[in-house]
Write a protein of this length. Structure first.
Length: 368
């Protein structure tokens, strides 16, 4: 008994060590990027005017480059050749679609209205995050939790493709239609369905096509080993570099708004914390109730709890502007997500011992 109890513990102790330095200290880097941005905003008060000289649609060129840089590397990691296997496990796929596109957005919508009824811009930004479903970074947490890596990759592809078609429609529904049906106080928001759709096409559709072509052609021409071990490690960090660059610019431009209402910014963290904990718990319990094994249950939980902050930030900037509260709310999200999902990796490993003790051979195969 003692030996079987310590083996998972030994694995858990190495969870953080398996992350790269960039990933492990991401909350620190985000905090530093915020501080640098605030300092630059003080030094260059006309930075926004300078950045707006050249635009991609309604977004300044430097910020557009940062947004596209966030998206392309993670989409190039995905195994698009495995998408054909998505129909093989209908309970897993059906559960993922239910949790990601019905439960998740509805939960974030509810939490945003409960915790931020008086802050419409921040509330809208949080709802946009709730609509932006999992992307390739969630595969890190899934791997650390000994989830099913192939199933995780397939679900990420499925949700990425579905996102292109569904995000704009769901955005309009949750921001305009549903509040009207529920009799909630309406705030005049100057945007159209096409505004969201256009941002999704530019900042998700374009990098999705480029990422898919890179993955398919690169693996076919150079082989999986070269692609996974040589190419991806070179481009992978640029997603986080681009995220940090975007955060620096956003905080430089929004410095006055942030320093004048710091408590409001802190309030953004509350619905995010509640969302990650509730969404992961509900998804894990659902997978268990559906009779899925531990690896697939963990995969279901992490792909449902993770969000595509890059897309939410891109849509917020493209639709509402770089100085908007919607964009700021999206930036705060990754600061909360990383430490919470690392903590949930430990919870998941504990749940494996507690609820899946009868299963055999998972730790060794998952680590491989």
């Amino acid at each position: 008994m003692h030996k079987t109890a310590t083996r998972p513990g030994q694995f858990e102790s190495s969870v953080l060590s398996q992350l790269s330095t960039l990933d492990r200290f991401l909350p620190v880097w985000i905090g530093l990027a915020m501080a640098v941005g605030l300092a630059l905003g003080r030094i260059f008060p006309d930075l926004n005017d300078q950045l707006d000289r050249v635009k991609v649609d309604q977004t300044s060129l430097p910020i557009a480059i940062g947004l596209l840089g966030m998206m392309y590397p993670v989409l190039a990691k995905v195994r698009y050749d495995r998408l054909g296997s998505v129909t093989a496990d209908k309970p897993l796929v059906g559960s993922s679609l239910l949790l990601n596109w019905i439960v998740g957005p509805a939960l974030m919508f509810t939490l945003a209205w409960v915790f931020l009824p008086d802050l419409p811009e921040f509330r809208t930004g949080i709802i946009l995050v709730g609509l932006a479903r999992c992307i390739a970074m969630v595969l890190i947490w899934n791997s650390l939790a000994c989830g099913d890596t192939e199933a995780g990759a397939v679900l990420v592809v499925l949700n990425s493709v579905f996102q292109v078609a569904a995000y704009a429609l769901l955005g309009y529904f949750y921001l305009e239609t549903l509040p009207g049906w529920l009799g909630l106080e309406q705030t005049a928001i100057d945007f159209q369905l096409w505004d969201i759709a256009k941002s999704v096409i530019i900042f998700l559709g374009v990098p999705l096509v480029l990422g898919a072509l890179t993955s398919i052609i690169g693996r076919r021409k150079k082989g999986h080993v070269w692609y996974e071990q040589r190419f991806l490690p070179r481009i992978g960090p640029w997603a986080l570099y681009s995220l940090l660059f975007t955060i620096v610019v956003l905080f430089a431009i929004q410095g006055d708004a942030i320093t004048s209402q710091p408590f409001d910014v802190v309030r953004i963290a509350v619905p995010f914390l509640a969302y990650f904990a509730l969404m992961w718990t509900v998804s894990f319990a659902w997978g268990r109730a559906q009779g899925l094994d531990y690896p697939k249950t963990a995969t279901l939980a992490f792909t449902a709890a993770g969000n595509n902050f890059e897309l939410a930030i891109a849509v917020a900037i493209g639709t509402f502007g770089v100085t908007s509260g919607q964009a700021l709310a999206g930036v705060v999200g990754p600061l909360i997500e990383v430490p919470v999902l690392v903590a949930l990796v430990y919870v998941s490993l504990w749940a494996r011992r507690r609820f899946f003790a009868a299963e055999r051979g998972e730790p060794a195969s998952a680590q491989a």
